[in-house]
Ligand binder design. Structure first.
Ligand SMILES: [Zn+2]
Length: 546
């Protein structure tokens, strides 16, 4: 407003009048995209960017600010990394937070800024926070939906000016004047599957014309995928801030089933324990996302379903009111108490987020240098030497085993150790041929694994089932070191006995490779064409030293 008055005193010519009018419009537009004086403690998009960048300037050793991409209208989607040695990727476990998928959920930006300051301003002061920042790499995306953020403060004619109660992004939709996609229904996992979104562009729950049609969703997707380093997703845990309801939600949203086929029972228990532990600290209510209402194409389903990240939705203050205005526009006096209220829950999450399995007592087993429950791809190479002789249908593939029985004896089990999938020779999940018997050799090789100075053991579960057989049939495990020398560390060979499908666990000492980078190589061989051989491997770990 001050800038406009000064300009008006200098009006001398028609040209300058026109220029002043244009300036006035520009000034009005800028002013309108801010909060009203009564809510001035909320950060506008511009004020948010200023605060993030000032925090980086004040703490350059531990805060790095960057953009993960652009919104539909070309605004940056700002993020920060918080860690010691922030400029380098140290291979520490990573934890992600994001805010403002939905435009009107302004308290979520305040929660993200609170978290940034909690970590940055207390580093080197508070020992617990110092340890968290030293031990992990923390990412915060401050406003996934900047266009909606800005637009929501421009409805001067609304019943609660300048607020629009806007939810979606600002992307036009072909064939209609209805604007926007619900970003939290646009992710590419079970998109539109289950009645948890709308196909109507006018709906506030519009899922978009196709999965990941919104540039904001693609930016988040691409950032998360960029954290797959050496075949392994580095982000272990994630919270997306929404309003409202004072809830902590875990996946899935698309189904009411507690442990569907695309979730392991141990993961479900970890979700449950972590959600309950957070809720005990901030007084929220913990539940499965679909217990609130069914959603499909939402972010946490995608994060867990495709990346196996322990992903939670927090619905912030307040509990449900009867109106959209009461739900999403608490007065700015609530910002400080309602963000600080979550300090203890956030610190718990930051402390356990690097190893969510610690919540179920499996930190040593599952949070070592390598853990693959084989439910998603973790970078194994198939036929890495190019010398495998088994037909395509008989080779190792990651898939859902199909029970195979001959004369009442089961050779291939219909169960895995965890979840849906295992590495299976001749599973129907691989390319099928007329015969899915192994008949030859098949090999898989892991990504490189960096062993610490004191490594725990290699452990894995296996089935090696065969009919009357000989030593020509085998299941072997090798350790390959950086010079590509392979050492056989474990072996099962065929015998004249008939051996059915039973899951057993094997453990191999890795002390001689301490401090080295290794790969695990698993090879099954069916060397006697008349015998039936089935080999399966699941839950492959390099454990932490106990
Ligand atoms: Zn929301």
């Amino acid at each position: 407003m001050i800038g406009r008055l000064r300009a008006s005193r200098r009006l001398l010519s028609l040209a300058s009048v026109l220029a002043a009018i244009l300036l006035a419009f520009a000034a009005t537009a800028v002013t309108a995209a801010d909060f009203p004086p009564k809510d001035s403690r909320y950060h506008s998009y511009t004020e948010m960017v200023t605060d993030i960048q000032a925090t980086e300037v004040a703490h350059p050793d531990i805060v790095h600010v960057f953009s993960i991409g652009k919104s539909y209208q070309g605004r940056d989607i700002w993020a920060a990394k918080i860690s010691d040695h922030v400029a380098i990727d140290e291979g520490e476990p990573e934890i992600l937070f994001d805010a403002l998928h939905h435009a009107r959920e302004h308290l979520t930006v305040e929660q993200a800024l609170y978290l940034l300051h909690l970590l940055a301003d207390n580093y080197g002061v508070d020992p617990q926070i110092t340890n968290i920042v030293n031990a992990s790499e923390i990412w915060i995306i401050f406003a996934v939906n900047p266009d909606g953020f800005v637009y929501d403060l421009t409805c001067t004619g609304s019943s609660h000016p300048p607020y629009c109660a806007w939810r979606k992004n600002r992307q036009p939709n072909a064939g209609t004047s209805a604007i926007g996609t619900d970003l939290n229904r646009n992710y590419g996992y079970r998109w539109g599957c289950c009645g948890g979104s709308s196909s109507n562009p006018a709906s506030i729950l519009y899922r978009g014309p196709r999965p990941e049609s919104a540039p904001e969703v693609r930016a988040v997707r691409d950032f998360v995928r960029s954290r797959v380093v050496g075949g392994i997703q580095q982000i272990r845990a994630h919270i997306t801030f929404h309003t409202n309801g004072e809830l902590i939600l875990w996946p899935y949203g698309y189904t009411k089933a507690n442990v569907p086929a695309d979730m392991t029972s141990v993961d479900h228990l970890a979700f449950y324990r972590m959600a309950k532990a957070m809720a005990a600290r901030n007084g929220y209510t913990a539940m499965q996302s679909s217990d609130l209402y069914v959603t499909d194409g939402d972010q946490i389903d995608w994060m867990y379903g495709t990346q196996r990240i322990f992903s939670f939705t927090w619905e912030l203050f307040p509990t449900e009111t009867s109106t959209v205005w009461g739900d999403h526009y608490p007065a700015d006096e609530y910002i400080a108490p309602q963000t600080a209220r979550n300090k203890s829950a956030l610190l718990y999450f930051l402390s356990i987020g690097g190893c969510p399995y610690a919540s179920v007592g499996l930190g040593v087993a599952n949070c070592g240098p390598f853990f693959d429950d084989t439910e998603i791809s973790r970078g194994w190479g198939y036929n890495p030497d190019g010398t495998d002789t088994a037909p395509a249908g008989g080779r190792f593939w990651r898939g859902d085993p199909q029970p195979t029985s001959i004369n009442g004896l089961r050779y291939q089990p219909d169960t895995t150790v965890s979840g849906r999938y295992a590495f299976v020779t001749g599973t129907a999940a691989g390319p099928r041929t007329n015969s899915n018997d192994l008949d030859g050799r098949t090999t898989i090789r892991s990504v490189p694994i960096a062993l610490p100075a004191t490594p725990g053991p290699l452990s894995f579960w296996y089935v090696f089932a065969h009919g009357p057989s000989s030593a020509a049939d085998s299941l072997n495990v090798f350790i390959e070191d950086s010079t590509t020398t392979r050492t056989r560390v474990w072996s099962k060979v065929g015998t004249s006995a008939i051996v059915g499908a039973t899951w057993r666990q094997a453990r191999v000492d890795l002390t001689r490779w301490a401090g080295k980078r290794i790969r695990i190589v698993i090879q099954a061989t069916d060397g006697s064409p008349d015998s039936l051989v089935e080999a399966l491997v699941d839950d492959i770990r390099v454990e932490r030293a106990p």
